[in-house]
Design a protein around this ligand. Structure first.
Ligand SMILES: [Zn+2]
Length: 66
């Protein structure tokens, strides 16, 4: 399943900068273009909670899986 591009358009980081998010269809994650936090998409519902986010290593970077 893919997120609706229109939905993606209105989604923003829940942090104060409200930056746009980049969608990774393979990983089913949304990555903030500003702070690099990674938000999971569960059952096609983006979990845009700072408490649930994975800390980013920077926008556009792909960290190795431990
Ligand atoms: Zn952010």
């Amino acid at each position: 399943m893919a997120l609706d591009p229109q939905l993606l358009d209105i989604l923003a980081c829940p942090d104060t900068h409200h930056a746009p998010l980049g969608y990774d269809a393979g990983e089913q994650t949304l990555t903030c273009t500003e702070c690099g936090r990674v938000f999971e998409v569960r059952d096609d519902i983006p979990v845009l909670l700072l408490d649930e986010a994975r800390p980013g290593t920077g926008p556009g970077t792909h960290s190795e899986v431990a």
